[in-house]
Ligand binder design. Structure first.
Ligand SMILES: NC(=O)c1ccc[n+]([C@@H]2O[C@H](COP(=O)([O-])OP(=O)(O)OC[C@H]3O[C@@H](n4cnc5c(N)ncnc54)[C@H](OP(=O)(O)O)[C@@H]3O)[C@@H](O)[C@H]2O)c1
Length: 208
């Protein structure tokens, strides 16, 4: 059992971790249909069509650290982890944190397990503080929601797919009162993209 002095130490430690997480820019990245659909049957809505250049954009954004010698962190829900083909797990060159309330150990191949979003951020700011650079939330629905509603600077890298597909998983609405579309962002092409007859556009939003 903790004595009051230890309790105090723990609570001020937790408070400082919350402050660190708030001061860190957190990024989300998602590809979305016009009706905000992001998934279908545990896969992407456009499966089996592949958007290879769109995937290359995801890889470039999430895997490129801004500080040499460090690695970016990808944070994802358990279903998103299993939606990644086994041969591509963990996402290479990145620290993979999987969230689950049920799992007691990370799923095979994942680097870390966290039982909630704030524990994942605390992990980044403590155990991973010396090696972690950018944090990227890569899905699914509830994690995007937590990211979008959390305090601090939040950026959303959104691929607007301009064609509708059947979806069963959705992105929460990007509320214009809270998020503004940036006119441009380094490394993000502005031109309309097209692959396999599907048009899409890269956008970056930041909270106001
Ligand atoms: N279009 C895109 O860019 C994109 C990106 C990502 C995913 N997707 C698609 O979206 C679908 C998967 O997303 P999803 O929303 O269904 O599921 P998900 O968020 O990836 O996974 C849900 C599970 O993650 C765990 N989890 C989520 N939030 C948590 C939290 N705050 N704390 C602790 N654990 C948490 C829980 O696992 P337990 O049940 O184990 O407790 C929960 O059941 C797939 O179809 C995938 O292809 C699309």
């Amino acid at each position: 059992m903790l004595c009051w002095r230890e309790t105090l130490a723990v609570s001020s430690f937790e408070k400082s971790q919350t402050t660190f997480s708030m001061s860190r820019v957190l990024n989300g990245i998602v590809a979305v249909c016009p009706n905000l659909g992001i998934g279908k049957d545990g896969n992407l809505p456009w499966h089996p069509i592949r958007l290879s250049n769109e995937f290359a954009h995801f890889r470039k954004m999430t895997a490129t650290p801004s500080i040499a010698g460090r690695k970016n962190v990808v944070v994802m829900g358990r279903k998103t982890w299993f939606s990644i083909p086994e041969k591509n797990r963990p996402l290479k060159g990145r620290i993979n944190i999987v969230l689950s309330r049920e799992y007691k150990v990370p799923p095979a191949g994942a680097h870390y397990l966290a039982s909630d979003f704030s524990s994942a951020l605390t992990l980044v700011d403590t155990e991973l503080a010396e090696q972690a650079d950018q944090v990227w939330v890569i899905g699914g629905s509830s994690l995007y929601k937590e990211l979008m509603e959390s305090p601090g600077t939040r950026r959303l890298f959104v691929t607007q797919v301009l064609q509708q597909f059947d979806c069963d998983t959705f992105l929460p609405e990007i509320v214009p009162e809270k998020y503004q579309l940036l006119p441009e962002f380094p490394g993000v092409p502005k031109e309309l993209q097209e692959e396999n007859g599907i048009q899409y556009r890269f956008e970056v939003y930041e909270n106001i």
